[in-house]
Design a protein around this ligand. Structure first.
Ligand SMILES: [Zn+2]
Length: 548
């Protein structure tokens, strides 16, 4: 997603105290949603077959989901999530109807059949109702029921943060993904549904509706699943990419065909740049799609959604304030960057959402660098610092469906840019990014795994750097004294033990040199120093100690 973080009713929390000493009170619903409960942990998702019928005239839907799973541990109670006001109407296993009880937005199903470890079983969950309508998609989430200019239905789903269980029953926790999925969407006559993966078939039903079967053959995260329904025109292309031939499919409203055909030409150069930095597009088997939606955009896996008005920038604006952000379409670049960071490498817990957004923010800088040079990329990422708030830590609270500060975008990107300075070797930096996408290919991860991976691959212990930028709101400050040409310096306003090296210039125009400050004052050998400035690529402050 993009830029604005959301807190909705189900993530009800209470903030007590000042911004610097935040405490939260979480509800039982937060725990049921945000933790790997015993009723979730014993089974491993294998496959979803979601069948859904949209009835736009009364904003309702009916459907079912066949949940296929492997039994990991003996247990007889299975948790499925579905948010009010939708309701589960029936659960069936092997033809037998099962009892279930509802607790908040979770349903606990009592299985009759003995669940044997190692076996694959399935339950079919039937449901119906009038799903929550999104008021400000994609930020608040839910169903989007709109019309195009010609008066045709233009319908979409958006559920990042809110959760996929806002519109279909599932295991609504990010740690577990099905290996594959089939989405069968039945929509009114004349309309087209575009979902994830590849279109397997279209069935013309006797009542005039049409059913679209979309097959996804890779693991997919919950909020990545989507429906997009409208009067679409469709065209295709192919890219000869790192892993062979990649199918590209484009869908836009008929009324926007010309603008879309022009703007969507940015897809191929985007894929070239990202394959260079991150390795092959992670879902060749499912293809790449760009699909117009009635909201700004989202990183739906293999069907990136687009509503940026066919203009460059973020709704025509440059977030960096440097001009570099106006040379490309923010939604095409950012949301597609998520195919590597969000859809290929996926957080287990939303507290680690920086894994998605910090790297994807940095992908914008890398895109600029690929086409306009290293200085342009650096200007873009450092230009975005004006949007950093330092209001609360980037890492949220685990197990209660809580994400951290929106600083995960610009501050996260600047943290990565700072770490790149520490690595000090661009081919190595690129290998770290490519290696990460290979090592954690199609996996869900903890943020700590990414931190450790970067330390190991760079050969630098980055623990204090991550603690500083992800778990603290202070900007580390190099404090110095200049007396009779001698320089003393140390880190302050930082986590205990912070010891990040820093490139500085010690005279008005001299070359950069590396300092190795700690929190203890040190004196630099030599004399004749007249000034101290830091390399602007590092996200730090520098100040002269008071009293001089
Ligand atoms: Zn994003």
């Amino acid at each position: 997603m993009k830029i604005r973080l959301l807190f909705t009713g189900i993530i009800a929390f209470l903030m007590v105290g000042s911004a610097s000493a935040q405490r939260y009170v979480f509800t039982r619903a937060d725990t049921l949603r945000g933790s790997i409960t015993p009723e979730r942990s014993w089974w491993d998702l294998a496959h979803y077959h979601l069948q859904i019928r949209l009835n736009p005239t009364d904003s309702t839907l009916t459907g079912s989901n066949v949940i296929r799973y492997r039994v990991l541990k003996p247990a007889q109670t299975l948790q499925v999530d579905l948010q009010r006001p939708l309701k589960i109407t029936k659960v069936v296993q092997d033809g037998q109807e099962l009892l279930f009880r509802q607790d908040e937005n979770a349903y606990f199903v009592t299985l009759k059949k003995q669940q044997q470890v190692g076996r694959t079983e399935a339950v079919t969950v039937y449901y119906a109702g009038k799903p929550r309508v999104a008021k400000r998609p994609p930020w608040d989430g839910g169903m989007v029921w709109r019309h195009d200019k010609a008066g045709e239905w233009f319908i979409a789903t958006a559920c990042q943060g809110l959760g996929a269980s806002a519109w279909w029953p599932c295991k609504d926790h990010m740690y577990d993904e099905p290996d594959s999925m089939l989405i069968s969407a039945t929509v009114p006559k004349g309309l087209t549904d575009v979902s994830n993966g590849r279109l397997r078939r279209v069935v013309e039903n006797s009542d005039g509706t049409r059913t679209f079967d979309w097959a996804v053959v890779n693991p997919i995260n919950n909020y990545g699943v989507n429906l997009n329904v409208g009067n679409y025109v469709h065209w295709s292309d192919t890219l000869n990419g790192e892993k062979g031939r990649l199918d590209l499919n484009f869908y836009a409203l008929a009324e926007h065909e010309d603008s879309a055909k022009r703007q969507f030409q940015q897809v191929k150069p985007m894929l070239r740049a990202f394959e260079y930095w991150f390795g092959p597009y992670p879902f060749y088997e499912d293809g790449y799609k760009l699909v117009e939606t009635p909201y700004l955009g989202m990183e739906h896996q293999s069907s990136v959604t687009y509503g940026n008005k066919f203009r460059n920038g973020y709704l025509g604006r440059d977030l960096s304030g440097t001009g570099w952000g106006l040379l490309w379409d923010f939604i095409i670049i950012h949301e597609s960057g998520h195919e590597w960071y969000a859809n290929n490498i996926t957080y287990k817990d939303v507290a680690d959402m920086w894994v998605h957004e910090s790297f994807t923010n940095y992908s914008e800088c890398l895109y600029v660098e690929y086409y306009y040079g290293k200085d342009a990329g650096a200007a873009y990422v450092t230009g975005c610092r004006a949007l950093i708030r330092n209001d609360k830590p980037i890492v949220g609270i685990y197990n209660v469906n809580h994400s951290g500060s929106g600083d995960m975008y610009y501050k996260g990107g600047n943290m990565l840019h700072t770490i790149r300075q520490l690595v000090g070797n661009d081919p190595k930096w690129r290998q770290i990014l490519r290696g990460m996408n290979k090592t954690f290919y199609h996996q869900t991860v903890e943020g700590r795994q990414i931190e450790q991976y970067m330390s190991q691959q760079s050969g630098i212990n980055l623990q204090k750097v991550f603690d500083q930028y992800l778990r603290d709101t202070r900007i580390p400050t190099l404090e110095y004294r200049l007396q009779n040409g001698k320089l003393q310096y140390h880190w302050t306003n930082c986590v205990a033990g912070f010891n990040m090296p820093l490139r500085v210039c010690l005279n008005d125009s001299g070359p950069y040199q590396q300092l190795r400050p700690t929190t203890q004052w040190q004196t630099l050998p030599g004399t004749g120093f007249t000034a101290l400035t830091s390399d602007p690529n590092y996200y730090v402050y520098v100040r002269q100690a008071a009293g001089q």
